[in-house]
Design a protein around this ligand. Structure first.
Ligand code: URA
Length: 242
């Protein structure tokens, strides 16, 4: 028999403290009864977190992190130039890697994991995973240019797919606009190149959402593990709640 928080942590579903929080918040069930801190379980007990049964038979060695990527960090596992990478920011012994890419100077939502199956699913174009970006651009963007972005512009000789574009604000004094773009493609430097195609420079770029994940609760450089429910939702994308 082992304490339930230890079982949850050992299987990689949360840190020990995270597991305690889940229990305190009533999110953990043992055989469909709400668990209390210190409850002991055996291998035959069914543990659920957020309604999802945890798999105790095969060791769950998959880990999932949500990072609020700061500027000037590279989105790779190892950088030839010795620059700091997103993986360096996360205290994890397992070999994790980023899901997709953000530029060196782009900030915001980035997922890291060692789950290849989920990664393939999230980056496969057919699943049309939404990414929302907030771009600060030079100039006051015209309505006609917003429509061009919405309908698709030529990037590397290929038209981008229709996307959603919202002018969030503009500032005549600094001659800048804040524009939100929701895209589902993931081409290299796509957002910057879309603006370049209509002759605007991007001054700052941040990803504010990836699929259903945002990092409003995380300061720049902070990260957290995904909950089992969040992982499940990502797996379900393209099926019941894309
Ligand atoms: N588009 C870009 O131009 N850069 C990013 O980092 C992400 C999307």
């Amino acid at each position: 028999m082992e304490r339930v928080q230890k079982v949850i942590a050992n299987l990689g579903y949360a840190s020990r403290r995270g597991a305690e929080e889940l229990i305190k918040n009533g999110k953990v069930l043992i055989n469909d009864e709400v668990a209390s801190l210190g409850d002991k379980v055996s291998s035959s007990d069914v543990i659920k977190i957020d309604g999802v049964i945890i798999d105790k038979t095969k060791s769950n060695d998959k880990v999932y992190y949500l990072l609020n990527k700061p500027r000037f960090v590279v989105t790779t596992s190892k950088d030839e130039l010795g620059r700091k990478t997103v993986v360096d920011l996360i205290d994890e012994d397992k070999r994790i890697y980023p899901v997709g890419r953000l530029d060196y100077d782009t900030t915001g939502v980035l997922l890291l994991t060692n789950d290849g199956e989920l990664t393939n699913k999230l980056i496969h174009p057919k699943n049309k995973v939404e990414k929302v970006y907030l771009a600060k651009i030079k100039g006051i963007i015209k309505g006609v240019d917003i429509n061009k972005l919405k309908n698709g512009v030529f990037v590397d000789n290929k038209k981008t797919s229709p996307c959603r574009v919202k002018l969030k604000s503009f500032d005549k004094k600094t001659n800048t606009s804040m524009v939100e773009l929701t895209i589902h493609e993931g081409r290299n430097h796509q957002v910057k190149k879309m603006f370049e195609a209509i002759n605007y420079d991007v001054i700052k770029l941040t990803r504010i959402r990836f699929a259903n994940l945002d990092c409003k609760s995380l300061k720049s450089g902070e990260y957290r593990k995904l909950t089992p429910k969040e992982v499940k939702r990502l797996y379900n994308l393209g099926e019941d709640d894309a």
